[in-house]
Design a protein around this ligand. Structure first.
Ligand code: ARG
Length: 461
Protein backbone atom coordinates (compact mmCIF):
# COMPACT_ATOMS: atom_id res chain seq x y z
CA UNK A 1 0.00 0.00 0.00
CA UNK A 2 1.28 3.43 -0.97
CA UNK A 3 1.74 5.71 2.06
CA UNK A 4 1.23 9.13 0.48
CA UNK A 5 0.46 12.15 2.67
CA UNK A 6 -2.59 12.89 0.55
CA UNK A 7 -4.94 10.84 -1.63
CA UNK A 8 -8.35 10.84 0.03
CA UNK A 9 -10.02 12.87 -2.70
CA UNK A 10 -8.10 11.25 -5.57
CA UNK A 11 -9.40 8.38 -7.64
CA UNK A 12 -5.96 7.40 -8.90
CA UNK A 13 -2.34 7.81 -7.84
CA UNK A 14 -0.04 10.26 -9.62
CA UNK A 15 1.10 9.50 -13.16
CA UNK A 16 4.67 8.33 -13.53
CA UNK A 17 5.59 11.63 -15.20
CA UNK A 18 4.18 13.66 -12.31
CA UNK A 19 5.84 11.46 -9.71
CA UNK A 20 9.19 11.78 -11.47
CA UNK A 21 8.85 15.57 -11.63
CA UNK A 22 7.64 15.94 -8.07
CA UNK A 23 10.07 13.74 -6.19
CA UNK A 24 12.70 15.54 -4.12
CA UNK A 25 14.12 12.85 -1.83
CA UNK A 26 17.33 12.63 -3.89
CA UNK A 27 18.25 16.09 -2.63
CA UNK A 28 16.12 16.90 0.43
CA UNK A 29 17.22 13.75 2.26
CA UNK A 30 20.02 15.72 3.87
CA UNK A 31 17.32 17.51 5.89
CA UNK A 32 16.08 14.23 7.42
CA UNK A 33 17.83 14.65 10.82
CA UNK A 34 16.26 18.12 11.17
CA UNK A 35 12.85 16.78 10.20
CA UNK A 36 12.97 14.05 12.84
CA UNK A 37 14.03 16.63 15.46
CA UNK A 38 11.07 18.77 14.35
CA UNK A 39 8.72 15.81 14.67
CA UNK A 40 9.89 15.09 18.22
CA UNK A 41 9.31 18.73 19.19
CA UNK A 42 5.91 18.69 17.50
CA UNK A 43 4.91 15.54 19.41
CA UNK A 44 5.68 17.35 22.66
CA UNK A 45 3.40 20.30 21.83
CA UNK A 46 0.65 17.91 20.76
CA UNK A 47 1.04 16.34 24.21
CA UNK A 48 1.04 19.73 25.93
CA UNK A 49 -2.20 20.57 24.08
CA UNK A 50 -3.78 17.34 25.28
CA UNK A 51 -3.79 15.70 21.84
CA UNK A 52 -1.42 12.88 22.83
CA UNK A 53 -1.53 11.18 26.23
CA UNK A 54 1.61 10.29 28.18
CA UNK A 55 1.88 6.79 26.76
CA UNK A 56 1.31 8.00 23.23
CA UNK A 57 4.03 10.63 23.59
CA UNK A 58 6.44 8.05 24.99
CA UNK A 59 5.63 5.58 22.18
CA UNK A 60 5.90 8.28 19.52
CA UNK A 61 9.21 9.57 20.85
CA UNK A 62 10.67 6.09 21.11
CA UNK A 63 9.71 5.40 17.48
CA UNK A 64 11.17 8.74 16.35
CA UNK A 65 14.46 8.07 18.15
CA UNK A 66 14.68 4.67 16.45
CA UNK A 67 13.87 6.33 13.14
CA UNK A 68 16.61 8.91 13.71
CA UNK A 69 19.12 6.12 14.35
CA UNK A 70 17.98 4.17 11.31
CA UNK A 71 18.33 7.29 9.16
CA UNK A 72 21.82 7.89 10.54
CA UNK A 73 22.93 4.29 9.95
CA UNK A 74 21.36 4.12 6.51
CA UNK A 75 19.00 1.32 7.60
CA UNK A 76 16.08 3.58 6.67
CA UNK A 77 16.13 5.36 3.32
CA UNK A 78 13.60 6.99 1.02
CA UNK A 79 11.56 4.65 -1.22
CA UNK A 80 10.92 5.30 -4.90
CA UNK A 81 7.36 6.48 -4.32
CA UNK A 82 8.09 8.76 -1.34
CA UNK A 83 7.41 12.24 -2.67
CA UNK A 84 9.76 14.07 -0.33
CA UNK A 85 11.73 13.71 2.89
CA UNK A 86 8.63 14.46 5.00
CA UNK A 87 6.59 11.75 3.24
CA UNK A 88 9.36 9.20 3.67
CA UNK A 89 9.83 9.95 7.35
CA UNK A 90 6.11 9.70 8.08
CA UNK A 91 6.18 6.27 6.44
CA UNK A 92 9.17 5.40 8.63
CA UNK A 93 7.31 6.56 11.73
CA UNK A 94 4.20 4.54 10.86
CA UNK A 95 6.37 1.47 10.22
CA UNK A 96 7.76 1.86 13.74
CA UNK A 97 4.80 3.20 15.77
CA UNK A 98 1.86 1.70 13.85
CA UNK A 99 -0.76 3.47 11.73
CA UNK A 100 -2.93 4.47 14.70
CA UNK A 101 -0.25 6.30 16.72
CA UNK A 102 1.98 7.28 13.78
CA UNK A 103 -1.03 8.83 12.05
CA UNK A 104 -1.52 11.32 14.92
CA UNK A 105 1.72 13.25 14.44
CA UNK A 106 0.67 15.26 11.43
CA UNK A 107 -2.08 17.15 13.27
CA UNK A 108 -1.54 20.91 13.24
CA UNK A 109 1.44 21.00 10.95
CA UNK A 110 2.02 21.14 7.22
CA UNK A 111 4.97 20.34 5.06
CA UNK A 112 4.99 24.08 4.38
CA UNK A 113 5.92 25.07 7.93
CA UNK A 114 8.05 21.95 8.27
CA UNK A 115 10.25 22.71 5.29
CA UNK A 116 10.52 26.42 6.15
CA UNK A 117 11.80 25.44 9.60
CA UNK A 118 14.11 22.66 8.36
CA UNK A 119 15.86 24.89 5.85
CA UNK A 120 16.46 27.45 8.62
CA UNK A 121 17.98 24.78 10.88
CA UNK A 122 20.15 23.49 8.06
CA UNK A 123 21.34 26.99 7.11
CA UNK A 124 22.18 27.83 10.72
CA UNK A 125 24.48 24.79 10.87
CA UNK A 126 26.05 25.66 7.52
CA UNK A 127 26.58 29.30 8.47
CA UNK A 128 28.62 28.09 11.42
CA UNK A 129 30.63 25.44 9.61
CA UNK A 130 31.37 27.66 6.60
CA UNK A 131 32.37 30.51 8.92
CA UNK A 132 34.88 28.23 10.64
CA UNK A 133 36.37 27.22 7.29
CA UNK A 134 36.56 30.80 6.03
CA UNK A 135 38.20 31.84 9.33
CA UNK A 136 40.74 29.02 8.98
CA UNK A 137 41.69 30.40 5.56
CA UNK A 138 41.85 33.96 6.93
CA UNK A 139 44.15 32.70 9.67
CA UNK A 140 46.48 30.99 7.17
CA UNK A 141 46.71 34.11 5.00
CA UNK A 142 47.38 36.21 8.11
CA UNK A 143 50.15 33.80 9.16
CA UNK A 144 51.69 34.09 5.71
CA UNK A 145 51.50 37.89 5.97
CA UNK A 146 53.27 37.76 9.31
CA UNK A 147 56.01 35.54 7.86
CA UNK A 148 56.41 37.87 4.87
CA UNK A 149 57.87 40.52 7.18
CA UNK A 150 58.99 43.57 5.19
CA UNK A 151 59.19 41.88 1.79
CA UNK A 152 58.09 44.29 -0.95
CA UNK A 153 55.75 43.61 -3.84
CA UNK A 154 54.97 45.76 -6.88
CA UNK A 155 51.50 47.07 -6.05
CA UNK A 156 49.25 47.32 -9.10
CA UNK A 157 46.25 49.22 -10.36
CA UNK A 158 44.85 48.34 -13.80
CA UNK A 159 47.31 45.41 -13.54
CA UNK A 160 50.09 47.98 -14.16
CA UNK A 161 52.88 48.76 -11.70
CA UNK A 162 51.47 51.47 -9.46
CA UNK A 163 53.31 51.82 -6.12
CA UNK A 164 55.40 49.40 -4.09
CA UNK A 165 53.60 47.80 -1.13
CA UNK A 166 54.48 45.21 1.46
CA UNK A 167 53.62 41.67 0.39
CA UNK A 168 52.05 41.38 3.85
CA UNK A 169 49.82 44.40 3.14
CA UNK A 170 48.63 42.87 -0.11
CA UNK A 171 47.95 39.50 1.51
CA UNK A 172 45.98 41.16 4.32
CA UNK A 173 43.83 42.88 1.69
CA UNK A 174 42.45 39.40 0.98
CA UNK A 175 41.78 38.74 4.67
CA UNK A 176 39.46 41.67 5.40
CA UNK A 177 36.78 40.76 2.81
CA UNK A 178 36.77 37.19 4.12
CA UNK A 179 36.26 38.48 7.67
CA UNK A 180 33.36 40.60 6.45
CA UNK A 181 31.86 37.49 4.81
CA UNK A 182 32.01 35.75 8.19
CA UNK A 183 30.34 38.79 9.78
CA UNK A 184 27.62 38.53 7.12
CA UNK A 185 27.12 34.88 8.04
CA UNK A 186 26.87 35.84 11.74
CA UNK A 187 24.29 38.56 11.01
CA UNK A 188 22.28 36.09 8.98
CA UNK A 189 22.45 33.55 11.80
CA UNK A 190 20.59 36.07 13.96
CA UNK A 191 17.87 36.53 11.34
CA UNK A 192 17.55 32.76 10.88
CA UNK A 193 16.82 32.46 14.59
CA UNK A 194 13.02 32.11 14.27
CA UNK A 195 11.12 28.86 13.80
CA UNK A 196 8.27 28.68 11.28
CA UNK A 197 6.66 25.70 13.04
CA UNK A 198 3.06 26.47 13.98
CA UNK A 199 2.46 28.41 10.77
CA UNK A 200 0.71 25.34 9.33
CA UNK A 201 0.03 25.55 5.61
CA UNK A 202 -0.15 29.36 5.83
CA UNK A 203 -2.68 30.47 8.47
CA UNK A 204 -1.50 28.93 11.74
CA UNK A 205 -3.08 26.10 13.74
CA UNK A 206 -6.46 25.80 15.46
CA UNK A 207 -5.28 23.06 17.82
CA UNK A 208 -3.80 25.21 20.56
CA UNK A 209 -0.20 24.25 19.76
CA UNK A 210 2.51 26.55 21.10
CA UNK A 211 4.88 27.68 18.31
CA UNK A 212 7.31 29.17 20.82
CA UNK A 213 7.64 25.88 22.68
CA UNK A 214 8.58 24.08 19.44
CA UNK A 215 10.96 26.92 18.62
CA UNK A 216 12.73 26.64 21.98
CA UNK A 217 12.87 22.87 21.65
CA UNK A 218 14.62 23.22 18.27
CA UNK A 219 17.16 25.79 19.49
CA UNK A 220 15.46 28.92 18.13
CA UNK A 221 14.96 31.89 20.43
CA UNK A 222 11.53 32.67 18.96
CA UNK A 223 8.96 31.71 16.35
CA UNK A 224 7.95 33.83 13.35
CA UNK A 225 5.58 36.78 13.78
CA UNK A 226 3.49 35.98 10.69
CA UNK A 227 2.53 32.51 9.52
CA UNK A 228 2.23 33.59 5.86
CA UNK A 229 5.69 35.15 5.94
CA UNK A 230 6.97 32.10 7.80
CA UNK A 231 5.93 29.70 5.04
CA UNK A 232 6.22 31.88 1.92
CA UNK A 233 9.42 33.87 2.34
CA UNK A 234 12.83 32.65 1.22
CA UNK A 235 14.78 35.91 1.52
CA UNK A 236 16.91 34.31 4.22
CA UNK A 237 17.82 31.47 1.87
CA UNK A 238 18.68 34.04 -0.81
CA UNK A 239 20.79 35.97 1.69
CA UNK A 240 22.70 32.81 2.51
CA UNK A 241 23.18 32.22 -1.23
CA UNK A 242 24.52 35.76 -1.62
CA UNK A 243 27.08 35.37 1.16
CA UNK A 244 28.21 32.05 -0.35
CA UNK A 245 28.54 33.74 -3.75
CA UNK A 246 30.54 36.57 -2.17
CA UNK A 247 32.87 34.07 -0.49
CA UNK A 248 33.36 32.32 -3.84
CA UNK A 249 34.06 35.67 -5.54
CA UNK A 250 36.57 36.63 -2.84
CA UNK A 251 38.31 33.27 -3.22
CA UNK A 252 38.28 33.65 -6.98
CA UNK A 253 39.95 37.07 -6.93
CA UNK A 254 42.78 35.64 -4.86
CA UNK A 255 42.90 32.56 -7.11
CA UNK A 256 43.30 34.73 -10.21
CA UNK A 257 46.32 36.47 -8.67
CA UNK A 258 47.93 33.18 -7.75
CA UNK A 259 47.47 31.95 -11.32
CA UNK A 260 49.15 35.08 -12.67
CA UNK A 261 51.90 35.07 -10.00
CA UNK A 262 52.63 31.45 -10.87
CA UNK A 263 53.43 32.22 -14.56
CA UNK A 264 57.01 32.18 -15.84
CA UNK A 265 56.75 35.90 -16.57
CA UNK A 266 55.87 36.81 -12.97
CA UNK A 267 57.62 33.97 -11.11
CA UNK A 268 56.40 35.36 -7.78
CA UNK A 269 55.24 32.02 -6.36
CA UNK A 270 55.78 28.29 -6.64
CA UNK A 271 52.95 25.93 -5.77
CA UNK A 272 53.68 22.96 -3.58
CA UNK A 273 53.68 19.66 -5.49
CA UNK A 274 50.79 18.34 -3.41
CA UNK A 275 48.64 21.33 -4.37
CA UNK A 276 49.33 21.38 -8.13
CA UNK A 277 48.80 19.01 -11.05
CA UNK A 278 50.68 17.77 -14.11
CA UNK A 279 49.90 17.53 -17.80
CA UNK A 280 49.20 14.24 -19.56
CA UNK A 281 51.34 15.27 -22.56
CA UNK A 282 53.78 17.98 -21.43
CA UNK A 283 56.12 16.45 -18.86
CA UNK A 284 57.42 19.78 -17.59
CA UNK A 285 53.99 21.19 -16.66
CA UNK A 286 52.91 22.01 -13.13
CA UNK A 287 49.45 23.48 -13.30
CA UNK A 288 47.51 25.66 -10.86
CA UNK A 289 44.33 23.57 -10.94
CA UNK A 290 43.15 24.60 -7.46
CA UNK A 291 42.93 28.32 -8.23
CA UNK A 292 41.52 27.58 -11.69
CA UNK A 293 38.78 25.38 -10.25
CA UNK A 294 38.14 28.06 -7.65
CA UNK A 295 37.74 30.65 -10.39
CA UNK A 296 35.54 28.30 -12.42
CA UNK A 297 33.36 27.14 -9.58
CA UNK A 298 32.80 30.74 -8.48
CA UNK A 299 30.73 31.07 -11.68
CA UNK A 300 28.61 28.13 -10.69
CA UNK A 301 28.07 29.42 -7.14
CA UNK A 302 26.98 32.79 -8.56
CA UNK A 303 24.62 30.87 -10.87
CA UNK A 304 23.06 29.18 -7.84
CA UNK A 305 22.27 32.61 -6.37
CA UNK A 306 20.86 34.08 -9.57
CA UNK A 307 18.78 30.96 -10.24
CA UNK A 308 17.27 31.16 -6.77
CA UNK A 309 16.50 34.88 -7.12
CA UNK A 310 14.79 34.18 -10.44
CA UNK A 311 12.68 31.45 -8.80
CA UNK A 312 11.51 33.87 -6.09
CA UNK A 313 10.73 36.78 -8.38
CA UNK A 314 6.98 37.49 -8.63
CA UNK A 315 5.90 34.45 -6.60
CA UNK A 316 2.52 35.26 -5.04
CA UNK A 317 1.97 34.57 -1.33
CA UNK A 318 1.83 32.13 0.34
CA UNK A 319 3.49 28.75 -0.33
CA UNK A 320 3.91 27.66 -3.94
CA UNK A 321 5.58 24.49 -5.06
CA UNK A 322 8.20 26.59 -6.85
CA UNK A 323 9.70 27.04 -3.38
CA UNK A 324 10.91 23.45 -3.47
CA UNK A 325 13.53 24.81 -5.90
CA UNK A 326 15.21 26.77 -3.09
CA UNK A 327 17.18 23.79 -1.84
CA UNK A 328 19.38 22.48 -4.64
CA UNK A 329 21.10 25.84 -5.26
CA UNK A 330 22.17 26.29 -1.64
CA UNK A 331 23.09 22.62 -1.25
CA UNK A 332 25.28 22.97 -4.33
CA UNK A 333 26.89 26.10 -2.92
CA UNK A 334 27.62 24.38 0.40
CA UNK A 335 29.07 21.29 -1.32
CA UNK A 336 31.19 23.45 -3.62
CA UNK A 337 32.57 25.64 -0.83
CA UNK A 338 33.20 22.55 1.32
CA UNK A 339 35.48 21.31 -1.48
CA UNK A 340 37.13 24.63 -2.30
CA UNK A 341 37.94 26.01 1.13
CA UNK A 342 40.21 23.19 2.39
CA UNK A 343 42.00 23.02 -0.98
CA UNK A 344 42.69 26.72 -1.24
CA UNK A 345 43.67 26.92 2.44
CA UNK A 346 46.21 24.12 1.98
CA UNK A 347 47.52 25.71 -1.19
CA UNK A 348 48.07 29.11 0.46
CA UNK A 349 49.67 27.47 3.51
CA UNK A 350 52.25 25.70 1.32
CA UNK A 351 52.90 28.41 -1.29
CA UNK A 352 56.51 29.55 -1.73
CA UNK A 353 56.84 33.33 -2.23
CA UNK A 354 59.85 34.46 -4.30
CA UNK A 355 60.36 37.71 -2.47
CA UNK A 356 63.72 38.43 -4.17
CA UNK A 357 61.92 38.48 -7.53
CA UNK A 358 59.13 40.71 -6.19
CA UNK A 359 61.68 43.04 -4.64
CA UNK A 360 63.58 43.31 -7.92
CA UNK A 361 60.42 44.22 -9.82
CA UNK A 362 59.02 46.60 -7.18
CA UNK A 363 60.76 49.84 -8.24
CA UNK A 364 60.45 49.07 -11.97
CA UNK A 365 57.83 50.58 -14.22
CA UNK A 366 58.41 54.01 -12.62
CA UNK A 367 56.41 53.00 -9.57
CA UNK A 368 58.25 55.63 -7.50
CA UNK A 369 57.02 58.59 -9.58
CA UNK A 370 54.40 59.45 -6.94
CA UNK A 371 57.19 59.53 -4.37
CA UNK A 372 58.97 62.23 -6.40
CA UNK A 373 55.76 64.24 -6.63
CA UNK A 374 55.09 63.94 -2.90
CA UNK A 375 58.72 64.83 -2.08
CA UNK A 376 58.25 68.01 -4.13
CA UNK A 377 55.01 68.79 -2.26
CA UNK A 378 56.94 68.53 1.01
CA UNK A 379 59.35 71.15 -0.49
CA UNK A 380 56.38 73.47 -0.98
CA UNK A 381 55.75 72.81 -4.69
CA UNK A 382 52.01 72.75 -5.56
CA UNK A 383 50.88 69.19 -6.39
CA UNK A 384 49.81 70.14 -9.94
CA UNK A 385 53.38 71.24 -10.80
CA UNK A 386 54.89 68.37 -8.78
CA UNK A 387 52.84 65.88 -10.84
CA UNK A 388 54.09 67.54 -14.08
CA UNK A 389 57.72 67.49 -12.93
CA UNK A 390 57.58 63.83 -11.84
CA UNK A 391 55.92 63.04 -15.19
CA UNK A 392 58.82 64.72 -16.99
CA UNK A 393 61.24 62.51 -15.02
CA UNK A 394 59.35 59.44 -16.28
CA UNK A 395 59.47 60.74 -19.88
CA UNK A 396 63.25 61.33 -19.71
CA UNK A 397 63.79 57.86 -18.21
CA UNK A 398 61.59 56.22 -20.84
CA UNK A 399 63.52 57.94 -23.67
CA UNK A 400 66.86 56.85 -22.21
CA UNK A 401 65.76 53.37 -21.10
CA UNK A 402 66.65 53.93 -17.42
CA UNK A 403 64.77 53.84 -14.10
CA UNK A 404 63.99 56.89 -11.92
CA UNK A 405 66.75 56.07 -9.42
CA UNK A 406 69.30 56.26 -12.30
CA UNK A 407 68.69 59.99 -12.90
CA UNK A 408 71.84 61.97 -12.05
CA UNK A 409 71.90 65.29 -10.17
CA UNK A 410 72.40 67.06 -13.53
CA UNK A 411 69.47 65.19 -15.10
CA UNK A 412 67.28 66.22 -12.17
CA UNK A 413 68.36 69.84 -12.21
CA UNK A 414 67.77 69.91 -15.96
CA UNK A 415 64.18 68.77 -15.45
CA UNK A 416 63.32 71.25 -12.66
CA UNK A 417 65.12 73.62 -10.34
CA UNK A 418 63.10 72.09 -7.45
CA UNK A 419 64.64 68.64 -7.95
CA UNK A 420 67.65 68.52 -5.64
CA UNK A 421 69.82 65.36 -5.29
CA UNK A 422 68.15 64.59 -1.90
CA UNK A 423 65.14 63.34 -3.84
CA UNK A 424 67.12 60.11 -4.29
CA UNK A 425 66.31 59.27 -0.66
CA UNK A 426 62.72 58.48 -1.60
CA UNK A 427 63.66 56.66 -4.78
CA UNK A 428 63.84 53.22 -3.15
CA UNK A 429 60.93 50.84 -2.75
CA UNK A 430 61.64 50.47 0.98
CA UNK A 431 61.70 54.26 1.46
CA UNK A 432 58.46 54.62 -0.45
CA UNK A 433 56.73 51.91 1.59
CA UNK A 434 58.00 53.29 4.90
CA UNK A 435 56.70 56.77 4.08
CA UNK A 436 53.04 55.63 3.76
CA UNK A 437 52.56 55.52 7.48
CA UNK A 438 49.00 56.68 8.15
CA UNK A 439 46.50 54.17 9.54
CA UNK A 440 45.73 51.54 6.92
CA UNK A 441 48.91 52.39 4.96
CA UNK A 442 51.62 50.01 3.85
CA UNK A 443 54.42 51.18 6.21
CA UNK A 444 55.80 48.16 8.12
CA UNK A 445 54.70 49.48 11.53
CA UNK A 446 51.14 50.05 10.29
CA UNK A 447 50.99 46.60 8.70
CA UNK A 448 52.12 45.00 11.97
CA UNK A 449 49.24 46.79 13.73
CA UNK A 450 46.86 45.66 11.02
CA UNK A 451 47.92 42.03 11.42
CA UNK A 452 47.40 42.26 15.18
CA UNK A 453 43.96 43.74 14.69
CA UNK A 454 43.00 40.99 12.21
CA UNK A 455 44.25 38.36 14.67
CA UNK A 456 41.98 39.66 17.40
CA UNK A 457 39.04 39.93 14.97
CA UNK A 458 39.57 36.27 14.02
CA UNK A 459 39.57 35.35 17.72
CA UNK A 460 36.20 36.99 18.42
CA UNK A 461 34.45 35.81 15.25
N1 ARG B 1 8.85 19.33 -0.63
C1 ARG B 1 8.27 20.65 -0.52
C2 ARG B 1 9.34 21.72 -0.49
O1 ARG B 1 10.48 21.36 -0.49
C3 ARG B 1 7.43 20.74 0.69
C4 ARG B 1 6.12 20.14 0.39
C5 ARG B 1 5.06 21.11 0.29
N2 ARG B 1 4.18 20.59 -0.67
C6 ARG B 1 2.94 20.96 -0.79
N3 ARG B 1 2.25 20.37 -1.68
N4 ARG B 1 2.40 21.90 -0.07
O2 ARG B 1 9.09 22.89 -0.49
Amino acid sequence: ERLALWGGRFGSGPSAALAALSVSTHFDWRLAPYDVAGSRAHARVLHAAGLLDDDELAGMDEALVRLREDVASGAFTAAADDEDVHTALERGLIERAGTELGGKLRAGRSRNDQIATMIRMYLRDQVRSLSQQVLALAQVITDRAEQAGEAILPGRTHLQHAQPVLLAHHLMAHVWPLLRDVERFCDLDGRLDASAYGSGALAGSSLGLDPQAVAADLGFSDSVENSIDGTASRDLVAEFAFVCAMVAIDLSRMAEEIIVWNTKEFSYVTLDDSFSTGSSIMPQKKNPDIPELTRGKAGRVIGDLTGLLATLKALPLAYNRDLQEDKEPVFDQVDTLDLLLPAITGMVATLTFHTDRMELMAPQGFSLATDIAEWLVRQGVPFRSAHEIAGSCVRVCEQRGIELADLSAEDLAGISEHLRPEVHEVLTAAGSVASRDGKGGTAPARVREQIASAQSRIQVL
